[in-house]
Design a protein around this ligand. Sequence first.
Ligand code: NAD
Length: 231
Amino acid sequence: MNSTTRVLLIGAAGRMGKTVVALARNDRQIDIVAQCDLGDSIELAMENCDVAIDFSHADAITEVCRAALHHGRSLVIGTTGHSQEQRRTVEEAARSVAIVFASNFSVGVNVLFWLTRKAVELLGSDFDAEIIETHHKMKKDAPSGTAKTLAETLKAAQKTGHEIAIQSIREGDVVGEHTVIFSGPGERLELTHRAANREIFAEPQSRLDRMSVIASAICALHEMRFSLFQM
Ligand code: NAD
């Protein structure tokens, strides 16, 4: 598919918003036709786009979903920190419009999700798992969305129903680090991902064509960790 995708960027003034704008400048497949941030009408801005990318705040999600439903637009949601109720709003919207929802768009972290599941399978029940995540001091949510996805991945793989401990550290300007620690009798295994810049979270959106193809295949909620390895 060679046509340009018209994008509305929500949270355009933020760290991720600015990164997406900078990358899109050199990407002929993406045309950022509208940008909005706190105080702007998402509903109005959504009118003339094909896809809306949300890197704002969890509290924007009701308005984002309402606007997407009203205009019948696909959504790529990168924002984290949603409550259960806010997640249900996304799931409800995904019955009518296509949504790609990922707590982390980096390829490395999506491989980490896969490795985590595989490690549980290989190590078995003698190993306990916990997560440590570190981010910059300005990050609004804790634990990070990625740490929550890792915990969900561990719980689903372990099938014990035990809660997974997550330690969150907020310091300096760390872009993002996640470690899954498996502690067993006499040995420890650690899987770590370190983000060195924010482009790794925005570059997959340069492959928006693929994302929108995934999204428009059926009206449903797609998570990148599944899209990468199961489609
Ligand atoms: P940021 O605080 O730098 O930027 C957020 C921007 O959203 C700000 O400009 C803010 O004014 C704006 N905003 C807040 N509420 C809004 C609303 N109701 N409507 C419109 N705009 C609103 O944060 P960031 O570092 O750019 O991260 C943004 C989100 O993306 C966070 O939830 C973060 O955890 C998440 N994130 C996800 C990934 C990923 O790969 N999925 C990667 C990095 C960050």
